[in-house]
Design a protein around this ligand. Structure first.
Ligand SMILES: Nc1ncnc2c1ncn2[C@@H]1O[C@H](COP(=O)(O)OP(=O)(O)O)[C@@H](O)[C@H]1O
Ligand SMILES: [Mg+2]
Length: 324
């Protein structure tokens, strides 16, 4: 959910209010002056005070003058204090903003490092484990053929089957670590593949609807943005499978007129529980971190019984040469 920000008052509104108050003050004084000169108010008050001199009422006008001066001083002190507090708050806000920017920067670096690590791991798994699995399968087949219908041949067959299973596992891990389609086919096809695979796995219909973009085309996206979009859809689909009890999910990727990318993942499940803010597990927090690291926004829209809609907007970034 976006953090609500206090809306700053425009300076022109404040100046207008000060001018209005000053006019009201001058009018009130002028009105009093007119009334006082017409009714000779001071004479009336001092006459009344003279009559009740025993109660020291004649000291009242000057006492009221001192009181009004005192109140002016009191008000001025409070204004000074309020100004100092405002100044401190402005400094604190600037510090918080700087820390937030630092945090975002750190999150972006962490995410990039994580993706880099995943990519390296995937390459090593593919090059080392994958090759060895293939070699084991070939050797096992050779032994099996050379010792057909013997205990050695049967054992070699089992070794070959184990190597086959191991290879399947490695392939699955490779897919999760760094989806090969992302590099070979681009974001759109990788998302399509993800959607189809997820649909087959979960039995929940997944409709991926990319809208053709002119600028930027998803093919022109820098690696960080493409990987971020892929991981966001991955986590959103995992959540649908785990929490939504949905029949269908729609994944939309569009480019807006202002050049921003808009991703929407919407399901027709039970939605977030009513009245309570969503319990942010690592998934939603991770999504927010990824989006914030690219200076984007993430919003959750949910009605109980009408599913959850995740709206993500990312500014389109120019391709960076140092892709992870
Ligand atoms: N598509 C969804 N439909 C209903 N509830 C959801 C959905 N996605 C997330 N949630 C709710 O938000 C919570 C936080 O999700 P997440 O941060 O991914 O953590 P986790 O999946 O580990 O529980 C979930 O526990 C769930 O209650
Ligand atoms: Mg989750």
């Amino acid at each position: 959910m976006p953090i609500p920000q206090p809306s700053p008052q425009p300076a022109t509104t404040r100046q207008g209010r000060t001018r209005r108050d000053l006019v009201a003050l001058v009018l009130a004084v002028g009105l009093y002056w007119t009334l006082a000169t017409r009714l000779e108010l001071f004479e009336v008050v001092s006459g009344f005070a003279q009559v009740h001199e025993s109660w020291q009422l004649d000291e009242l006008p000057l006492t009221l003058l001192v009181l009004s001066l005192g109140l002016t001083w009191f008000g001025w002190r409070r204004v000074q204090e309020a100004r100092a507090a405002l100044h401190e708050r402005t400094i604190a806000q600037a510090e918080v903003a700087a820390l937030l920017a630092q945090n975002r920067d750190l999150a972006q670096r962490l995410i990039l490092a994580q993706e880099q690590e995943r990519r390296t791991l995937a390459r090593e798994l593919h090059d080392e484990l994958g090759q060895h699995c293939t070699a084991m399968r070939a050797e096992a087949r050779f032994i099996q053929q050379a010792h057909a219908h013997t205990a050695t041949g049967d054992s070699a067959g089992r070794i070959g089957a184990s190597a086959e299973r191991l290879y399947g596992l490695v392939k699955g891990m490779l897919n999760r670590l760094r989806p090969p389609a992302l590099d070979s086919l681009g974001l759109e096809m990788a998302l399509l593949e993800l959607c189809d695979g997820w649909e087959q796995q979960t039995g929940i219909a997944c409709r991926f609807m990319p809208t053709p973009c002119q600028t930027p085309s998803p093919h022109d996206l820098d690696d960080a943005t493409a990987v971020t979009l892929y991981r966001l859809v991955q986590e959103a689909l995992t959540n649908v499978a785990r929490h939504a009890q949905a029949q269908q999910v729609w994944v939309n990727l569009t480019c807006r007129g202002d050049g921003c990318l808009h991703l929407q993942v919407k399901d027709d499940g039970q939605g977030l529980p009513e009245g309570t803010p969503p319990r942010h597990g690592l998934g939603l927090i991770g999504m927010q971190e990824r989006v914030a690291a690219l200076h984007g926004t993430l919003q959750l829209h949910s009605q109980p019984g009408q599913g959850l809609c995740i709206d993500i907007t990312l500014p389109s970034l120019p391709p960076t040469p140092s892709a992870p």
